[in-house]
Write a protein of this length. Structure first.
Length: 651
């Protein structure tokens, strides 16, 4: 081990961590001491320094640049934008700023920093580029400087891959299926998605369907309940009917970032088919113009998967897949739901694998939380599509009209206020919340007696029903009960965190003594990692039930005869208790009732997208527990991930 100074950074959820700062990167010690940098960033900078191309005294700005490019990637940013880096770092550590007289961080002068990075290009440490490369290649330079943005090279290549692929796809609508529908299919589409609403206004869902039909790149975005997936499902019915009339078969791939989101996609498709059947009976549609049984069966038989499974994971190569540009996936239409959850590197792998003749349909809500991993791909793509000079202009439709909520739903009104940054309106809604749809418990301490009573009144009856069904061995009923409520948190630990509220969940289910065993009946489960051996995906939810007096983990499975699949708990490796879950983990799900535990106002996790995502998980009842200051801080703090994708797509 090299000699160096042991520095103790800021205390975090996992406790006090010591980081060794080698002498060759001693200039990083203040950033480590301030709790900004950890072991990964320091070790990468030290590795670059040991290549012999850096001089500790003269190249301190370059050493800091290496560490901060790594810091940016670890915090979800695609790059370190040198003009906005200081603000991004302070957002991660507001509680430490000026703590006990601690001074503000001192950063290199930006212009001097850029000059040092450009000079390092002569020694092969930095590749300086003017804009996105059409055909990016990996070389020996660990860093890429594009304008005033500094990238780790791999993330630069991923951004270039996405930008080049989407620009090319938007510029050439070469489709593998006919660009016109036959008469019968056209009549079917007009009935399923009429061009005008009953009041004469334009049917936005039809606009979305027409966009998907005309383009081989289509973005269908909007909030929950606006009918994004539903409208595309109805278009698929018309297109599949047209293919059937021509004696052909349309190859369709449906995918989502998590197993839970993929299951929701299945539910949406089946609900669309069932509703069309009901409408046809009600309207007495001629048999010749009905959706045929073969098309219905084909739609219901579609099996949405996770994006990883669609691309074909290679266990030995985590960042690569079986399908890529040399081995594209064999489909005519590739539809991705919940795209806001997809990281930029995964979008890069996806666009490489989708053949240029196929339609690529990206569906999502850009106002929700971005990917838990790197980048904000959907948001960047939507921003670019809104620019009339961008190649992506005309490739996006934003749906506005909601269908999940009534127009006067307090949940919908609160979500709109948060999304549009109308702080006073949002707080007024919370203060006046007297309906069953919205309740507010203003508090600095969610575990206070009054707040506990509010949360217990929402959660406990559902948990008791799930426990009773699980004890009786009724897995389906237990799963349905637990799908009715969830406590959502920003933090994992502490009074505002998931672990704390999972403990309360056990108390409300089994009393003050808590659960009798680890695998107790009624325990809600959350799969935290893909398990292809068991056929479980990250985000899948289940429950422990008693079967012949033995605990079994039950998961919903549409392919199983009973709709439920049982797994022996000893086979499960990566599962958590899920009375409560992080807001990130809740994406792609919806619950009848949601309890939102706001983070404290001083938390680095506060954010508009965070609270908007949590609010829109609730269908009928939302209970907000936290302070008005925290809500105000969330609404006034939009996400600001540092990326260059939107700029690259605008060219």
């Amino acid at each position: 081990m090299n000699e160096g100074t042991t520095i103790a950074p800021a205390r975090n959820d996992s406790g006090l961590v010591s980081v060794l700062v080698p002498d060759e990167v001693a200039c990083l010690a203040p950033l480590v001491d301030a709790g900004v940098l950890g072991a990964a960033e320091v070790h990468l900078a030290a590795w670059v320094a040991r290549c012999g191309l850096l001089h500790a005294t003269n190249d301190e700005p370059v050493i800091v640049g290496v560490a901060m490019a790594c810091w940016a990637a670890l915090h979800g940013h695609a790059c370190a934008d040198l003009d906005h880096l200081a603000l991004a770092v302070e957002r991660e550590r507001p509680a430490r700023q000026y703590l006990d007289g601690e001074p503000a961080l001192v950063w290199p002068n930006t212009e001097g920093w850029l000059a040092s990075l450009r000079a390092a290009a002569e020694r092969g440490l930095v590749r300086v580029v003017g804009n996105a490369d059409t055909e990016p290649v990996l070389d020996s330079a660990p860093l890429v400087l594009c304008g005033r943005r500094l990238y780790l090279q791999r993330h630069w290549v991923d951004e270039c891959t996405v930008a080049a692929s989407l620009r090319a796809r938007a510029g050439t609508d070469v489709l593998s299926v006919p660009a016109t529908l036959g008469d019968r299919a056209a009549r079917l589409l007009e009935r399923l998605l009429p061009a005008c609403e009953p009041d004469g206004s334009v049917n936005q869902q039809r606009l979305a369907a027409d966009l998907v039909f005309r383009r081989n790149l289509a973005l269908v975005v909007g909030g929950p309940g606006t009918g994004k997936t539903y409208s595309v499902a109805r278009l698929l019915m018309a297109m599949m009917s047209d293919a059937e009339d021509r004696g052909e078969q349309l190859r369709i791939a449906l995918a989502a970032p998590t197993g839970k989101a993929a299951a929701r996609l299945t539910e949406t498709i089946r609900a669309a088919v069932a509703r069309v059947e009901s409408e046809e009976e009600h309207l007495a549609v001629l048999v010749s113009d009905r959706l045929t049984d073969s098309v219905k069966k084909a739609l219901i038989a579609l099996e949405p998967s996770t994006i990883h499974r669609l691309l074909g994971p290679l266990p030995a190569r985590r960042q690569r897949f079986a399908h890529d540009a040399t081995n594209p996936i064999p489909f005519d239409i590739v539809l991705i739901d919940e795209t806001s959850m997809v990281s930029t590197p995964l979008v890069a792998r996806l666009v490489e694998a989708v053949p240029p003749t196929a339609r690529l349909v990206l569906i999502g809500d850009p106002d929700q939380l971005e990917s838990v991993e790197l980048g904000a791909a959907l948001g960047d793509i939507v921003v670019a599509a809104a620019d009339p000079l961008s190649p992506l202009a005309g490739h996006a439709v934003r749906l506005q009209r909601g269908h999940r909520f009534e127009h006067d739903s307090p949940i919908a009104l609160l979500a709109d206020s948060v999304r549009e940054q109308r702080v006073d309106d949002a707080l007024a809604l919370l203060r006046s919340s007297t309906t069953e749809g919205l309740t507010f418990s203003p508090t600095e301490h969610p575990s206070s007696e009054g707040s506990l009573a509010v949360i217990e009144s929402v959660v406990a009856p559902v948990l008791e029903a799930a426990r009773d069904a699980a004890v009786a061995g009724n897995a389906r009923l237990a799963l349905e009960a637990l799908a009715g409520v969830r406590v959502l948190c920003a933090h994992r630990l502490g009074e505002f965190g998931v672990a704390h509220w999972n403990e309360w969940g056990e108390r409300w289910t089994y009393g003050a003594k808590g659960a009798p065993t680890v695998w107790y009946p009624g325990r809600p489960l959350l799969v935290t990692r893909n398990d292809f051996r068991l056929g479980l995906a990250n985000g899948d939810t289940g429950v422990v039930v008693l079967v012949d007096s033995r605990p079994q983990a039950a998961f919903a499975d549409a392919t199983a005869p009973s709709g439920v699949r049982l797994v022996d708990p000893v086979e499960l490796e990566d599962v958590d208790t899920a009375y409560a879950m992080t807001i990130h983990k809740s994406q792609g799900s919806e619950y009848d009732s949601v309890v939102l535990v706001l983070p404290p106002a001083s938390s680095p996790l506060i954010g508009r997208e965070l609270v908007y995502t949590a609010i829109t998980r609730a269908k009928r009842h939302l209970a907000v527990v936290g302070s008005e200051a925290a809500m105000r801080g969330c609404i006034n703090t939009p996400a600001r991930r540092m990326t260059g994708l939107a700029a690259s797509l605008a060219r």
